[in-house]
Design a binder for this molecule. Sequence first.
Ligand SMILES: [Zn+2]
Length: 220
Amino acid sequence: MSLTALKRQPAEQLATEALKESILAGDLKPGERLTEAALADQFAVSRGTVRTALHQLSRDRLVVLTPYTGWAVATIDRQDLWEIYTLRSSLERLAARLAAERMNDDGRARLAGVRDAFFAACERADVAVAVDSDFSLHRTIVELSGNRRLLDQYLMVEQQIRLFINSTYASAPNLSVAIAHHSPIVDAILAGDGEAAAGHSEHHVLSEGERVLAMVDHAG
Ligand SMILES: [Zn+2]
């Protein structure tokens, strides 16, 4: 590898991360056109660097390249949602079971802490914090599974959900049922009951998926 290639690597990673953050934060909206020249100006990098970043993000399905049209932020349609929620339910089922089976005092303290912050946000109807905390709780469970490859797959799915929330269908979560829906998952993991944790987790994700699909059908 040449010195130039070594020096170029960080710029491409930084451009990829910056672009990803702009998309996940909703600064760049689903469907929005992306031009290499404009992005190169914005991030003060070369067009080649931007192109590499765009190709990287297309592997995560955050951007799409259409012939004759060019790059755009990916959109999430009904089929995408179905794919995301069925995959997510399977990943989370596995994660919950593994997390329950390898629970220890550190894991219990960490999971209980994230749960308490989430439930407190629900009780004071703080939607922004509750949405973030919901993601944190699910991500913590996957991290506690101890399976890094499972976490990689989960993070890809999580990004797709954040992209969807930024699309026109986005609506506030149902905070009144959040505690009732998440308690059985956390309790089973804390108790070390892998089968119960797997079942509750899968049920939660699938019912959430059905709720979101119904929302999309209603909006369409
Ligand atoms: Zn949840």
